[in-house]
Design a protein around this ligand. Structure first.
Ligand SMILES: Nc1nc(=O)c2c([nH]1)NC[C@@H]1CN(c3ccc(C(=O)N[C@@H](CCC(=O)O)C(=O)O)cc3)CN21
Ligand SMILES: CC(C)C(=O)C(=O)O
Ligand SMILES: [Mg+2]
Length: 281
């Protein structure tokens, strides 16, 4: 049975921590589900970790639909959330059109939108229309050129606004909120004041769940991972070692052997070549 929004609420009430992870393609989604992840985010971090961009800004709705569809095809029991990318939910009409594509074409069960008060009416409208919406507060990467890549809401006034934004998103119908790069003590205070779960990234252990980026937890980066990430494997190094072997074996002639080759009868080949010009060794 696929994870439901109610499951997430119940997990918060029971004090069971929620595990969320990003994924961007079918085989990764299958591996995550096999590992026990039941909540996946097709993040617009896609642009940064998969498509070679240096922010999430260039990611298009077409990009998200294609990758979210791939992730959806890889899972059965996992709730899939898809980010709506930069400026695809600036008006109610755009938000509805974007959510429609993510749900109908990509097959996700929910969408995530960045921002506070200004997008509350949009969250309310989507929720009324039956679209499960997740919020995202604190450092919102789509506004990285305004915010700077840094911990948010350290001052009382900003911290208070973040709590008000979180309550407003909850009231508008959001089923959960990602808190990114928020001081741990603030994230904990917000989590305690909300009925809906908070999912932290760089926001401490007081959140109701955690989200991490696939490439960060697996060590799949050429560049260094963000400070808030923890690496649980060194898969990039494992990939490189395997590829070095492949390079060596092709160069030395050790690969391919007969086992990786395709066969035909010698007599058929002789007939095919009979009388044709060309040199033989
Ligand atoms: N690989 C990756 N991991 C992420 O968690 C992630 C992405 N990409 N792309 C989309 C957003 C952007 N995020 C980011 C990106 C960079 C930093 C970063 O450079 N952090 C600083 C520390 C900032 C501070 O503590 O003030 C660092 O040095 O790592 C943080 C979050 C989170 N998301
Ligand atoms: C970092 C997470 C929360 C995200 O929004 C993404 O991966 O795009
Ligand atoms: Mg995102």
């Amino acid at each position: 049975m696929r994870t439901t929004l109610l499951d997430l609420l119940r997990m918060k009430q029971a004090g069971e921590r929620i595990v969320m992870l990003t994924a961007y393609d079918t085989p990764s989604a299958m591996i995550a589900e096999r590992a026990g992840v039941r909540l996946l985010l097709v993040g617009d971090s896609l642009g940064m970790v998969v498509l070679g961009n240096d922010s999430t800004i260039p990611v298009t709705l077409d990009d998200m639909v294609r990758h979210a569809a791939a992730v959806s095809r890889g899972v059965q029991d996992t709730l899939v959330v898809g980010d709506l990318p930069f400026l695809t939910y600036a008006s109610e009409a755009d938000a509805i059109a974007s959510a429609r594509r993510m749900m109908q074409e990509a097959g996700v069960q929910a969408v995530k939108l960045e921002g506070g008060q200004p997008i509350v009416p949009i969250v309310r409208r989507l929720t009324e229309l039956g679209v499960p919406v997740m919020g995202h507060l604190g450092f919102t990467p789509q506004a990285q050129y305004q915010l700077g890549i840094r911990v948010q809401a350290r001052q009382a006034s900003d911290a208070r606004r973040l709590l008000e934004d979180a309550l407003a998103l909850q009231e508008a119908g959001a089923f959960g909120i990602v808190l990114e790069l928020v001081p741990a003590v603030l994230a904990e205070a917000v989590s305690k004041r909300l009925r809906i779960p908070t999912i932290g990234i760089g926001a401490g252990a007081g959140c109701d769940g955690q989200v991490q980026v696939w490439h960060d937890v697996l060590g799949l980066h050429s560049a260094k991972s963000p400070r808030h990430a923890k690496r649980y494997g060194d898969i990039g190094a494992a990939m490189e070692a395997a590829l070095r072997l492949y390079v060596e074996e092709v160069q030395s002639g050790a690969f391919p052997t007969a086992a990786q080759s395709s066969k035909m009868d010698e007599s058929e080949l002789a007939e095919a070549l009979a009388g044709l010009p060309g040199t033989t060794p």
